[in-house]
Design a protein around this ligand. Structure first.
Ligand code: SF4
Length: 422
């Protein structure tokens, strides 16, 4: 979501005649887009602001902080870093240009009930793959999560705006779309009642597009209609991120996730019935307040039962204003650390075993980047959203290629390029 926001803001600035520079030292304007999901990224912001102080003291430099930490820590940022010129929360990016132009310090962190579009063409990093926001905010109030306090309540982008953007992207040659939102499967167009399935069905008909993805889905709202649509719409990838967070019912209930482990397993079984080849990834939090060894073992058990294709795992850290921040953070740091290592080690084995079975397969890969260490090595993602590295030349950037898998590691696959996809 932040990458997408930054691309839109880059577009706004470019429309105003600003140009990107290759190093921050050369710039006249720095805007730091922040994430508040974990404490660590907040700490990083304050240390970065300290490091930027000498730069800011030079003539005519402007420094802004935007995003979720800006929303959450607005007073603290101005108090700790008085060299910051403006602070803008996620619901106010449409006002950014106006705020940058002021000489005095500016802050915009109020909420708007309407949907505001940034009309400028985003400055996208990729020429082949694009994010398209469909909603923002969240009404779920999971006990650990700060998002409802930083992005506000759910707001849905009008259906016609979404489709118009997708059509424009397809006309520009984009072949992959990621529909974005904190809670995409609760999307409802306020005028027509259309939902995520309607978006997928319409996008599937747009010529030029090849792959359609969406993130993030809440397990509670993931229903048969969506699974059926994923199975029947040929451009919608067989790939899904479905955050589990914890494997014990006790912890899931404390987290206010709105499902039990049994219900989550049923959803996975239903999804796999419709889409047997589905690639599933998830989020796991270890060390949530009250997590006993037995609860943690149940999380490991879920990894074993489901065999996710990828996981994003974190240690619990209390976030301001959340319900969990009021609970006693009673899992010792060392236990959290050990549990995280254990989760990651188990998952590493699961992924290695899965990747081993893929050696010899030929797969379509959308090439999106290249190695910083070796300019002959390019990388991309397959339909399952796995990372594939292969030797090639510049011609492959942004293209679909066929790659034969020759080797694997726990986090990526390696292969030999076969040919371009027609
Ligand atoms: S559903 Fe996701 S974004 Fe919403 S509160 Fe829960 S974790 Fe946060």
């Amino acid at each position: 979501m932040n990458v997408n926001d930054s691309e839109h803001i880059g577009g706004l600035l470019q429309q105003e005649g600003l140009k990107p520079v290759s190093s921050w030292q050369e710039s006249d304007l720095i805007i730091i887009n922040t994430c508040a999901v974990r404490q660590k990224s907040e700490e990083k912001l304050f240390s970065l602001l300290g490091r930027l102080k000498p730069w800011k003291q030079k003539k005519k430099k402007t420094l802004g902080v935007i995003g979720c930490v800006a929303q959450l820590r607005r007073e603290e940022i101005f108090a700790k870093a008085p060299h910051v010129d403006f602070i803008v929360g996620p619901d106010n990016y449409h006002r950014l240009l106006e705020l940058i132009k002021f000489e005095a310090k500016q802050m915009a962190t109020n909420w708007h009930s309407d949907w505001y579009e940034i009309s400028a063409l985003p400055l996208r990093a990729s020429q082949s793959s694009a994010y398209v926001t469909i909603m923002e905010g969240c009404n779920n109030f999971c006990a650990y999560c700060v998002v409802p306090f930083t992005r506000g309540r759910e707001k849905y982008r009008p259906f016609t705006y979404i489709l118009d953007e997708v059509k424009k992207l397809a006309d520009l040659g984009y072949q992959e779309i990621h529909f974005l939102g904190q809670n995409v499967n609760s999307y409802r167009d306020q005028a027509s009642g259309k939902d995520l399935v309607d978006i997928l069905e319409k996008a599937n008909q747009i010529s030029g597009l090849r792959w359609i993805r969406f993130i993030t889905s809440h397990p509670r709202y993931f229903d048969q209609r969506l699974a059926k649509a994923m199975a029947s719409l040929e451009k919608v990838c067989a790939q899904l991120h479905l955050p589990l967070q914890a494997g014990s019912n006790n912890i899931l209930s404390l987290m206010n996730r709105g499902y039990t482990r049994e219900e989550y397993l049923e959803k996975v079984a239903m999804i796999r019935e419709y889409i047997p080849s589905i690639s599933l990834s998830t989020d796991i939090i270890v060390g949530f307040p009250g997590e006993e060894e037995e609860d943690f073992q149940q999380t490991l058990e879920m990894l074993e039962k489901i065999k996710f294709d990828n996981i994003y795992s974190f240690r619990f850290s209390p976030r301001p204003r959340t319900a969990a921040a009021k609970l006693e953070d009673n899992v010792p740091p060392e236990t959290k650390r050990q549990r995280l290592l254990e989760v990651q080690a188990r998952q590493k084995e699961i992924q290695s075993a899965k990747h081993k079975t893929q050696v010899g397969q030929v797969m379509e890969v959308l090439c999106t980047g290249k190695s910083k260490k070796d300019e002959r090595i390019f990388s991309g993602r397959n339909e399952a959203y796995q990372v594939i590295n292969f030797a090639a030349n510049e011609e492959v950037m942004g293209k679909f290629v066929l790659v034969k898998i020759t080797d694997y590691g726990p986090y990526s696959l390696r292969g030999k390029m076969h040919s371009f996809v027609d």
